[in-house]
Design a protein around this ligand. Structure first.
Ligand SMILES: Cc1cc2nc3c(=O)[nH]c(=O)nc-3n(C[C@H](O)[C@H](O)[C@H](O)COP(=O)(O)O)c2cc1C
Length: 375
């Protein structure tokens, strides 16, 4: 399995893995794919710097990427800092009542208060880009639109390719016009921020619209047959996010007596029907594990979500409390519908070897069917 994206990115396999974990990102690059580290969880540039030093020390010179979240449009008058000052009492009270209902205590005094998701704002994301470009990254990706022109130019000056996610063909065309090098066609079934069009429909639409630019298919890819399907749809490779959340190296949350975190156990048990597209994390629709927390925001009495970045600021403290106390009922994570096929914990190397073997088998099966029809 080899496509032009392998030469472009200097990798052996056309498999790109988005992950918020440096350990997982490094393992993906070491296994022949491209690990892309999500920067949005880092509250400040120093934390990202530390994660990238880890990457440099662990990838053995192999390529890797960094992903930032720069929304296409920003709210006027909102700058990084204490965003909760812009949030009304009704919303704050709703969150507090919900936490009381589920018995989630406040954070202990000796635990640092979360700084909110300032990384969803251009000022912070720019600081992250500055840090990222001081490291030998191969790819800079942006989640919610084309990066601004000066950032694309700066990345190119450093020899770094730029990718952007697209949930519609029109978005993909505007990325190409902005100078983006690689389009990630991300379908409805994906984990994280996602649009309305499914991968099966979106990928060929985007391939046809972008005039030969490389396209990576994303959303609902977790088996080798889905990788083969992505290539059959015209993509140059697969971009996967959810599948790494249950790998052995993903250890962002504390383990329980099973050795897995509460969230990992929930993911292993979840079916493809257990996700929901909700605005609760950021104010924009994102697919995640469905929990009583996501349900409450849809139920009667909910004040509704706020626009990005205020929703993120509103729930930052609550998320930190739920995670600190590991409140099982409310714990969730962005994940796609592929969660129904994430049923065991394996090291990244094994996951990638399995993807390759399954993709080979799927391609042979399809080729066999065509060979039969020809004879
Ligand atoms: C836990 C999680 C967090 C994500 N956060 C981001 C992000 O910060 N930036 C981004 O570009 N994509 C993000 N995504 C989307 C992934 O990049 C990817 O497009 C998506 O996971 C692909 O679909 P899949 O979940 O079916 O593999 C996230 C996905 C997951 C599962």
């Amino acid at each position: 399995m080899r496509t032009r994206i392998c030469d472009l990115l200097g990798i052996e396999l056309p498999l790109v893995g988005f992950t918020p974990s440096p350990e997982v990102a490094a393992a993906i690059s070491l296994a022949g794919g491209l690990g892309v580290l999500g920067a949005v969880r880092y509250a400040n540039a120093d934390q990202l710097e530390e994660a990238l030093v880890y990457m440099d020390e662990h990838v053995q010179g192999r390529p890797y990427g960094v992903d930032v979240v720069m929304p296409m449009k920003e709210m006027e008058g909102i700058t990084p800092g204490d965003l909760t000052a812009h949030v009304g009492e009704k919303h704050k009270q709703f969150v507090e009542d919900l936490l009381t209902r589920f018995g989630v205590p406040p954070l202990p005094d000796d635990v640092a208060k979360p700084e909110g998701i300032n990384a969803w704002m251009h000022a912070m994301a720019r600081a992250q880009v500055d840090v990222a470009l001081r490291h030998p990254i191969k790819l800079l990706a942006n989640a919610l639109g084309s990066p601004p022109k000066d950032i694309i130019d700066e990345a190119h000056t450093h020899g770094v390719l730029v990718a952007a996610l697209a949930g519609k063909a029109a978005h993909a065309v505007s990325h190409v016009n902005a100078g983006v090098d690689i389009i990630v066609a991300q379908g409805h079934e994906a984990g994280g921020h996602t649009g309305e069009v499914t991968t099966l429909v979106l990928v060929p639409e985007i391939v046809a619209a972008v005039g030969g630019k490389p396209v990576l298919a994303a959303g609902g890819i977790g088996t080798g047959s889905q990788v083969a399907a992505a290539l059959a749809l015209g993509a140059d490779g697969a971009w996967m996010g959810s599948i790494w959340l249950t790998c052995a190296e993903f250890q962002i949350e504390p383990p329980t007596e099973t050795g897995n975190s509460v969230v990992k156990e929930k993911l292993l048990a979840a079916t493809s029907s257990d996700t929901v597209r909700s605005r609760v994390i950021s104010g924009k629709p994102a697919r995640m594990l469905r929990t009583p927390w996501t349900d409450a925001w849809e139920a009667k009495g909910s004040p509704g979500t706020l626009p990005m970045p205020l929703q993120g600021a509103l729930v930052a403290d609550a998320e930190a409390r739920i995670r600190h106390h590991q409140t099982k009922a409310l714990l969730g994570v962005p994940v796609g519908q592929i969660v129904g096929q994430m049923n065991d914990v394996r090291p990244v190397r094994e996951i990638i070897a399995r993807l390759v073997a399954e993709a080979d088998a799927a391609a042979a099966k399809v080729a066999g069917a065509f060979a039969k029809s020809a004879s």
